[in-house]
Ligand binder design. Structure first.
Ligand SMILES: Cc1ncc(COP(=O)(O)O)c(C=O)c1O
Length: 415
């Protein structure tokens, strides 16, 4: 039955109680049992984001040029901080968006409109992307009337630059690499892609939604991170999510461009209606002031040393997981990524049964299908629960081994 708007409003205490009760069936992220969707860097960080969000809960960044210059200043600071992390050259610029999907959408839209401004027929235009790239590219292309060619990966799951070169046609306008990609947590060969993009005169977008606010700090604490950002000359734009490894409140991401000229194709500017000029930098009209304020506050609260500490915790948790797996019969790390995403595979156990039994014990991870593996977006807080996770994983692996009937195991979804 359809829920009707109540005839009379109800008091907040009752509603709050009801909402807290709704949560009973949800995964308890506060105890670090979630390996996707939430990025837990400690309650102090969470509270800074929350208080900052509340402070600007009502303000609307649609009015940041007019009513709320404070939001304009904070967004500009966030963009500057992001550009300095990602080695943006003089003239590089960017905007905050609501998430990785919107950042990617803005990059694809800017690329399409730039191509059109140069006289290219974009009716059949398209993107050439690695098979491992996020579906947000297909979504953006679908919205914008573009095609996507997903190119098979190398055996090591990295983008196959040669195969991508072969897939380029006269209609291609954009190449994509991920740093890292979601399924495997690997950084594509961005330098090689940069050379290819420059040789072919194409726009290279680096999807660093996962890595943008993590990789620079991981590098500082000793992780081997290949060049992936504006340091690579062919990189035109980068998407980097604040609400992932920036640990800021949702909905917050950044889209960066090498030049203002590129970004000019992202902007919507309109004057043909009764209410005066409207200019927006991104897809949104009204835009949550809280997300801008939350990002500004968390970036300043953590600073370089705070982020480095969190990066160290993530890498320690990943290393601890890889080491712990050595003691669990039948399970092993699929890949040796130290870029915040870990994968756990098995040659003999039904991974979907392992996944389901871990969910039953309150651990929620995602999974990949090609090849089948558990998939974790490792977070700083996980270092504290990794021993417990490994203990449960070891018990579950044994149970799955003993249970012959795993045939009906349910397949996890991305969402
Ligand atoms: C590599 C990558 N790109 C893009 C996205 C999309 O981000 P969002 O869910 O914030 O739209 C994700 C989400 O996990 C991702 O992992």
């Amino acid at each position: 039955m359809r829920t009707a708007l109540p005839d009379k409003g109800r008091d907040w205490d009752t509603l709050k109680g009801e909402m807290e009760a709704f949560k009973a069936g949800d995964i308890d992220w506060k105890s670090g049992r979630l390996g996707v969707y939430v990025f837990h860097a400690g309650m102090d960080v969470m509270n800074v984001g929350k208080e900052a969000y509340q402070l600007y809960h009502t303000e609307n960044a649609l009015g940041s040029e007019t009513a709320f210059p404070s939001l304009k200043k904070m967004e500009a600071d966030v963009i500057d901080m992001g550009l300095s992390l990602l080695q943006g050259p003089e003239g590089a610029c960017g905007n905050m968006t609501s998430g990785g999907s919107e950042s990617i959408f803005m990059a694809v839209k800017a690329c399409r409109d730039q191509a059109r401004s140069k006289g290219k027929d974009v009716v059949a235009a398209g993107l050439v992307i690695p098979y491992s790239a996020h579906p947000a590219f297909d979504k953006a292309a679908g919205y914008l009337g573009l095609t996507v060619t997903r190119v098979p990966l190398q055996e090591n799951y990295l983008a196959d630059v040669q195969a991508m070169q072969t897939a380029i046609s006269d209609n291609t306008i954009m190449l994509v690499g991920s740093a890292p990609c979601y399924p495997y947590g690997l950084i594509d060969p961005i330098e090689e892609l940069g050379v290819l993009a420059q040789d072919e005169g194409l726009w290279l977008h680096v999807d660093s939604c996962v890595g943008g606010y993590f990789l620079p700090h991981a590098r500082s604490v000793g992780v081997d991170v290949p060049a992936f950002d504006f340091e690579v000359p062919g990189v035109c734009s980068i998407s980097a999510d604040l609400h992932k490894y920036g640990f800021t409140p949702k909905a917050a991401s950044t889209i960066f461009h090498r030049t203002e000229e590129q970004r000019s194709h992202q902007i919507f500017d309109f004057n043909g209606w009764p209410a005066g000029g409207m200019t927006t930098q991104t897809a949104a009209g009204s835009k949550a002031g809280g997300a801008v304020a939350g990002a500004w506050a968390v970036l300043n609260y953590l600073g370089v040393d705070g982020y480095e500490e969190k990066a160290r915790m993530i890498v320690n948790a990943q290393d601890k997981l890889a080491k712990g797996l050595e003691t669990i019969d039948g399970l092993y790390p699929l890949l040796e990524s130290r870029y915040a995403i870990s994968t756990i595979a098995s040659a003999e156990l039904n991974i979907f049964s392992v996944w389901k039994r871990m969910v039953d014990r309150g651990w929620f991870t995602s999974a990949i299908m090609e090849p089948v593996a558990l998939h974790l977006m490792v977070q700083p807080f996980h270092v504290e629960v990794m021993d417990e996770f490994l203990k449960d994983l070891s018990e579950v692996a044994e149970l799955v081994r003993q249970d012959a009937d795993n045939s009906e195991a349910e397949k996890p979804r991305y969402n």
